[in-house]
Design a protein around this ligand. Structure first.
Ligand SMILES: CC(C)(COP(=O)(O)OP(=O)(O)OC[C@H]1O[C@@H](n2cnc3c(N)ncnc32)[C@H](O)[C@@H]1OP(=O)(O)O)[C@@H](O)C(=O)NCCC(=O)NCCS
Length: 166
């Protein structure tokens, strides 16, 4: 299987919505919320897509969305998942690394996220990628589960450093 990453746009809405339904067990985004993310000026979504074989439709295997803030060197990993059938083969790590790279190229120095306290796989992945625990969020999710706030300092990319140097 050849998996490629690319930036998502409005034509991906239906497939993204289907992926959201199977990848999360709760706190899912509605179609309307996903549409908003795809069309929001300060959000970028990367999708992982199985390029498929000739003639077969491509399939979305994962996505991650970053939110930026104007005039800020901080960004937030707002949503992130991999299709259950594609988990455990490094795609989650690949997506996060690509999102980090994208954030760095835009001059972001600090990437934050929130994760369910009972989500061992995601917590382990973030920790191994260098995110550290920053804060405890009591009763944060719709079922009452607590969350962790995590953060990672990003090294400036060559492009961003050059741009800043003028
Ligand atoms: C979290 C998630 C995105 C990880 O995706 P993935 O493609 O399986 O991730 P990877 O294959 O890159 O694996 C990441 C790490 O977790 C480990 N891992 C994966 N599945 C695991 C499992 N079921 N149990 C234990 N460890 C597991 C891998 O060994 C890997 O470890 P490494 O970094 O040392 O190599 C995926 O499980 C998911 O979509 N979960 C539901 C949505 C979700 O929780 N999103 C995050 C919200 S904050």
């Amino acid at each position: 299987m050849t998996v490629r990453l690319r930036q998502a746009g409005t034509p991906d809405l239906d497939n993204l919505y289907r992926l959201e339904q199977v990848a999360f067990t709760g706190d899912r985004f509605s179609r309307r919320q996903l549409w908003h993310l795809l069309n929001r000026a300060h959000a970028v979504t990367l999708v992982a897509e199985d390029a498929g074989t000739a003639g077969a439709p491509s399939q979305l295997l994962g996505y991650g969305t970053l939110l930026f803030r104007r005039g800020s060197r901080r960004a937030r990993l707002y949503s992130f998942c991999v299709h259950p059938g594609a988990r455990g083969s490094g795609l989650g790590r690949r997506l996060i690394e690509a999102l980090e790279q994208l954030a760095r190229s835009r001059g972001v120095e600090r990437l934050g996220l929130e994760v369910r306290a009972d989500n061992r796989v995601a917590l382990g992945l973030y920790r191994r990628l260098g995110f550290r625990l920053q804060g405890w969020l009591e009763d944060y999710y719709e079922d009452g589960c607590a969350g962790w706030q995590m953060v990672k300092e990003l090294a400036p990319s060559v492009e961003a450093a050059e741009e800043r140097a003028g």
